[in-house]
Design a protein around this ligand. Sequence first.
Ligand code: HGY
Ligand code: MN
Ligand code: MN
Length: 419
Amino acid sequence: MQLPLDLTLVDSNLLQAELSKLATYSQAEAPAVTRVVYSVQDLEARAYLKGLFMGAGLEVRQDAVGNIFARWPGENEARPAVGTGSHVDAIPNAGMYDGTVGVLGSLEAIRVLKRSGFRPLRSIELLMFTSEEPTRFGIGCLGSRLLSGALSPEAARALKDNDGHSLDKARANAGFTGMLEEVALPAGYFSHFLELHIEQGKILESEGASIGVVESIAAPASLRILVEGEGGHAGGVLMPDRRDALTGAAEIVLAVERLARATGSVDTVATVGMCEVSPGAVNSIPSRVTLWVDLRDTELARRDGVLNEILSTCSAVAERRGIAIQHEMLNADAPTECSPEITGLIASSCRRQGIRHRAIVSRAYHDSLFISRIAEVGMIFIPCRGGVSHRPDEYASPEDIARGVLVLAETLGALAGAV
Ligand code: HGY
Ligand code: MN
Ligand code: MN
């Protein structure tokens, strides 16, 4: 591979057109993007992507949950492949760059290598992961968890969506057949895996850096908390006689925020992103409230310390208010370190290209967090305006995306080895 690769090898206009087209497959009005796994729009997006992958001369297949593989065979097919990719599902009212920059950026990085005359020794395989977002089945990274063995087929079968449909039923309705047992990748399938992604934070932009060399990915956890009190007439039940589920839940919501702040570390973050109240009438005392809590930290022990404090706060509130509070852990994953071999290659590509870069932690989780169980992983971050993500005004500039693609292409080339 003739290094440095020239930035003009990146067809930025083509990539922008593909990102814009992909954004039209959405359940929301532009500029918002909503694309929930196995929805009509998700299936349309998949068909579009498979067409692009085949158009680039890649060998395309998909597995029983809809992870899509697009392979550029290397001279030596027997050796573990070098993987790259991300996701295209989008939470409600999101933006058009989260995940998609990694899928279409990987495709463009492969096209850059092809345009440069590079021929890989190891195969390079693009992966579009199914259901990275927790929106439908309540757990993030469903596809990469199954691929890496982090989630068993039995546990996956127990998952249900908000309408009570099982994963098996939902995927069958979307046309994905085959046994879940066939999804896990064999040992040594990938030697390395690289993911290009927007930072979803504002460090790069605030420091004027164009590339973030991700060194570690924070430890995500999420849980569901059910608060049950006693319903009743909003006029007839006097205050001393009440066991209001929502005021109890409100104490927990504030405690989640307080306990995350109390660690004194900026790396501890906690959010109550969803709250369901029933019966849900203005003149009826809430009898039942469900909260969904998202808790993360770069340090596992500190995260679990906050988790335990949240749970003991629930017990204290239940006791004091005479209500019942139970919780169900949805996931509690360990953090991961990225491969020094890969971070070194990313940084040397940035130096070669004269691109300002800095080491960075990923506070968002990504499919790479789970693929790190079966391969060496690395992530390349690009800035997003104001650090905004999971919002319609999420934005990454064509120039930053092109630089990310170029660094990805050079790093993939270095890992795949040339003939
Ligand atoms: O929530 C996350 O960190 C990712 O964007 N799904
Ligand atoms: Mn996301
Ligand atoms: Mn993402």
